[in-house]
Design a protein around this ligand. Structure first.
Ligand code: ZN
Length: 247
C-alpha cells in the first residue's frame, strides 16, 4: 500500500479553517525562490519563502548535493558539531523555521544539538549510509534542563523533554515536507503521549507514529530505526523541481 507522503498535521485545538487561497493573489515568488504554505501546530498560517539554489541528486543512500546550503557551527538556539553541515535549501529553511517556532513557543529551551547533515558535495560520510543528498539531519533529543551539551548524549527518559522534542517534530511535520523521523523504539511511547497531551486525535497519531505497532512494522512517519537512542534523524522530502532527487 502507498504510504502517506505528506501529512499536514495541525493542532486540533487551534484548528481554524484554511484561509482561501484567493486571499493571497499578490504573492509573487521571486525567481530562484521557493514558497511553502502550511499551518503550524499552533494554528499559524505560514508562507515561507526561501532561496532554492541547491540541488539534491540521487538517493539519500547513493547521492550528491549540488550548491549545498551549509549551516554555521552555532546560531540562535542551536549548536552544530562535526564536519557535515550542508543540506538542500529546503532542509535548512525548515530546520531553522522549526527551531524558531520552538524558541518562540518554549522560551528558554536549551540549545538544540545538531549533528550530521551532508558533506558539501554530498556523497558517503561514514558511518552513515544515508545523509548523501541533503535530505537528512540528525538532532539531539531536547533535555529537560540546559546540560551544556555539545554533542549527542544518551539521556535517561526522565532527562528528555518530550513535550518540546515532539513540538519541534510537529512543526516539521506541519510543513508536509518530512518523509520520516527515525527514533529509538522505546522512546516513541513518550513522544506518543506528549502528542496525545497536545491534543492530537487517534487518527492523527495513527498517521504520525509507528507506535504502538511493533518496531519493524513499516508504518508512520515517526518510526524506529536502530542507532537513534541519543538523537533522532529527520528525512525531508525532495525539494520541488529537483528532478534527479529520490527520497
Ligand atoms: Zn542520521
Amino acid at each position: 500500500m502507498e504510504e502517506p507522503r505528506q501529512v499536514i498535521v495541525a493542532h486540533p485545538e487551534a484548528a481554524t479553517p484554511a484561509p482561501a487561497a484567493v486571499s493571497t493573489p499578490s504573492l509573487k515568488i521571486p525567481k530562484g525562490y521557493q514558497m511553502l504554505r502550511f499551518e503550524t501546530p499552533s494554528g499559524l498560517w505560514i508562507n515561507l519563502f526561501f532561496p532554492h539554489h541547491s540541488r539534491a541528486v540521487g538517493r539519500p543512500t547513493d547521492g550528491r548535493l549540488l550548491n549545498g546550503n551549509c549551516i554555521r557551527e552555532s546560531g540562535p538556539g542551536y549548536i552544530h558539531f562535526g564536519p557535515n553541515s550542508c543540506a538542500t535549501d529546503q532542509t535548512v529553511a525548515l530546520l531553522m523555521f522549526a527551531l524558531g517556532r520552538l524558541r518562540k513557543v518554549y522560551p528558554g529551551t536549551p540549545p538544540l544539538v545538531i549533528g550530521s547533515l551532508s558533506a558539501p558535495g554530498g556523497g558517503r560520510i561514514p558511518p552513515h549510509h544515508s545523509h548523501q543528498n541533503g535530505l537528512d539531519v540528525d538532532v539531539g533529543y531536547i533535555p529537560v534542563r540546559d546540560m551544556g551539551l555539545k554533542a549527542f548524549k544518551k539521556l535517561a527518559p526522565s532527562d528528555i523533554d518530550f513535550d518540546r522534542t515532539f513540538y519541534f517534530m510537529a512543526v516539521l511535520l506541519s510543513t508536509g515536507k518530512v518523509k520520516y523521523i527515525f527514533v529509538d523504539y522505546d522512546l516513541q511511547k513518550y513522544l506518543y503521549s506528549a502528542a496525545r497531551n497536545m491534543g492530537y486525535s487517534d487518527d492523527q497519531l495513527g498517521l504520525i507514529f509507528q507506535y504502538p505497532a511493533q518496531r519493524y512494522k513499516k508504518k508512520g512517519i515517526i518510526r524506529y530505526s536502530p542507532g537513534h537512542r541519543d538523537h533522532f534523524h529527520v528525512r525531508f522530502t525532495c525539494p520541488e523541481g529537483d528532478v534527479d532527487c529520490v527520497e
